[in-house]
Design a protein. Structure first.
Length: 332
């Protein structure tokens, strides 16, 4: 049985990448312990502050962010970090000829579920740092890289079990934290998302605000076996991307957080760098697909650190059907 440390030491070409992923996972172990304590640890509830997105921060949002910053700053190959909870990047060391890595993370995804004891999680993405002949400070521009450039991506879901789902670009594995000895033990060697599905996840209360292709897709699903899809669908919606995507990793399905007419000038609500890109890498590595309404999410041009995007990902056949609906609507 290859445990997490052995897997990283064996598969990660650069030991600095191994060390960085190890730091992220150790930080997530600390967060998991806090989540388990819940109200007993006095870490529930909201603060008066807001993050860069204008969202009210939960106590555990801020605590988780600090844990990740402090623990990962010790990783020798880390050049800089960026978090959904912070306006600007967090430099660790200078960009130099030796290169290194950039870390992006959503410290606590699904924070609206913290106080009601529903699964939440941490999402992370690792990009290569640029090389510079003469050392210079890290800059926001260093992070402006396509999702295809990711060297690793993963999430940790804090639920009845604490589970890490990780890809280094050669498939997807899962490890579960054993609370008896705080070791991450392998629980899935090669995750493969079923090609087809009868489950979809979306906040159906917003149906009237969606673009016609998404609205038509959901209406066809609701029509069941008498409708154009010829099968009955179940809808699932946890309102925690980590939890919804983890269900897809385990048994298939499709997750949709599409463009919304209430904010027509915004491409979507989810963050490209902290949520959509790492999840899309994991889904594609597991045989699924990820689409933003125009193209593959991993091919989306990065224009800002906190860029938003529309997200449709999961079982490949279902995502390809969504792509066809969008192509039909635009005449492409």
């Amino acid at each position: 049985m290859i445990k997490l440390d052995d897997f990283l030491a064996h598969d990660a070409v650069d030991p600095r990448l191994t060390a960085l992923i190890g730091s992220v996972v150790e930080a997530c172990g600390q967060i998991s312990a806090l989540v388990r304590r819940g109200a007993a640890g006095e870490i529930l509830g909201a603060l008066e502050s807001q993050n860069v997105q204008g969202e009210v921060q939960k106590k555990l949002d801020v605590i988780s962010n600090e844990i990740l910053l402090q623990r990962c700053a010790e990783a020798p190959g880390l050049v800089a970090m960026a978090s959904e909870e912070m306006d600007d990047i967090y430099p660790v060391r200078e960009v130099g000829p030796e290169g290194g890595y950039l870390l992006l993370f959503d410290p606590l995804d699904g924070s609206s579920n913290i106080d009601v004891n529903v699964s939440i999680g941490t999402i992370f993405s690792i990009l290569p740092a640029p090389r510079a002949e003469s050392p210079r400070p890290a800059a926001t521009a260093d992070f402006m890289q396509s999702g295809r450039n990711q060297v690793a991506a993963g999430y940790v879901v804090y639920g009845p079990q604490t589970t890490l789902v990780l890809s280094l670009g050669n498939g997807v594995r899962a490890f579960t934290l054993d609370p008896l000895n705080d070791e991450w033990v392998p629980t899935a060697h090669a995750i493969t998302i079923p090609h087809e599905t009868k489950e979809y996840a979306i906040n159906a209360s917003n149906l009237r605000h969606w673009a016609p292709p998404v609205r038509g897709y959901v209406e066809a699903c609701l029509a069941g076996e008498e409708g154009p899809r010829g099968k009955n669908y179940n809808m699932r919606w946890i309102a925690s991307m980590v939890a919804d995507v983890h269900r897809i990793m385990v048994r298939g399905g499709v997750f949709l957080y599409p463009w919304d007419a209430r904010e027509p000038d915004r491409a979507g609500k989810l963050r490209l760098m902290y949520e959509a890109n790492p999840m899309s890498m994991l889904v594609e590595q597991a045989g699924g697909a990820a689409f933003d309404g125009q193209g593959h999410i991993l091919d989306a041009e990065v224009t800002s650190l906190h860029q938003r995007i529309s997200v449709m990902l999961g079982s490949r056949a279902e995502v390809e059907h969504l792509m066809a609906l969008h192509a039909e609507a635009t005449g492409v």
